[in-house]
Design a protein around this ligand. Structure first.
Ligand code: PAF
Length: 283
């Protein structure tokens, strides 16, 4: 497995693969890898000849007061895990390599980022779109893999690819959960033992809303109320938003039908966690 830190080294290797006709699947990450990321790599291996992974904590997607400085950085361990799971190349650039000077370009998503996390993290998705665009242009993968836990991110990246004609196919892979339902996230590393228990409230809230849909509840307001009340039953959990939205437009719905995305964000202590669940509404 190659570990490289420069754009020039990625490009040089990419040219070699073009000559041999080999395809690349790309998994962009911010490191602190967990089973969710490794699942993306394993899936990538089924789709292409080589899987390349970037590890870069992207400063432009963090707002003031967010956790950029304390975001876990565990490159050595990440490289080991990626070697074990069969990645072929790790691109771990410095901030200077990715942003030799502040970018002038800004990509905004006035509709898609109006909802869910976008409503609470101004500038976040512009930062994601910028770095993903740069990484796509550097790596030029045939396929790129994203996790469904960051559902809004996946929807935005799909639109980015479509609007800017990136020649890449996207694959969105279902969220990987711990045995008790907690969605895997690099930010789970911030939780102490009792917060780890409290964090289960997110999954309980989504599961309760899903059960209600399956029993016939169709009012988005009622489902949101239910999710809030489940979150409210766990001290230490502070909801930021709960929502029932259309999974394509991310617009709030009044009545759920077809497929609905239940999504939420909550603070557990000072750690902000997100989760979501796609629910097929019975006819
Ligand atoms: O999902 C993430 O880890 C990040 O948002 C991404 C896609 C690697 C861009 O920095």
């Amino acid at each position: 497995m190659l570990v490289v830190t420069t754009i020039a080294a990625v490009r040089a290797r990419r040219h070699e693969l073009w000559r041999s006709g080999h395809k690349v699947a790309f998994v962009p990450t911010m490191g602190a890898l967990h089973e969710g990321h490794l699942t993306l790599v394993r899936r990538g291996r089924e789709l292409a000849d080589e899987v390349w992974v970037s590890v870069f904590v992207n400063p432009t997607q963090f707002g003031p007061g967010e956790d950029f400085a304390r975001y876990p950085r565990t490159l050595e361990r990440d490289v080991e895990l990626l070697r074990e799971v069969g990645a072929a190349l790790v691109f771990a650039p410095s901030e200077k390599e990715m942003y030799p000077r502040p970018a002038e370009v800004s990509l905004t998503f006035p509709n898609l980022s109006r909802h869910l996390c976008g409503a609470h993290r101004p500038g976040h998705f512009a930062g994601v779109a910028l770095v993903v665009s740069k990484l796509f242009n550097i790596v030029q993968p045939e396929v790129a893999l994203f996790g469904a836990k960051d559902f809004q991110q996946a929807v935005l990246v799909r639109r980015l690819v479509e609007d800017l004609n990136f020649p890449v196919r996207l694959e969105v892979v279902p969220t990987v959960r711990e045995a008790d339902g907690l969605a895997m996230s690099s930010r789970n590393a911030y939780l102490d033992a009792s917060q780890r228990q409290q964090a289960l409230a997110l999954w309980r809230a989504l599961s309760a809303a899903q059960a209600a849909v399956l029993k016939g509840e169709r009012s988005a307001k009622a489902l949101e109320g239910l999710m809030l009340s489940v979150l409210g039953q766990t001290p230490g959990v502070r909801p930021q938003y709960v929502a029932a939205v259309d999974p394509e437009t991310l617009e709030p719905v009044e009545e759920v039908q077809g497929t609905v995305l239940l999504a939420l964000a909550a603070y557990v202590g000072s750690t902000r966690l997100i989760d979501n669940l796609l629910v097929e509404v019975p006819q």
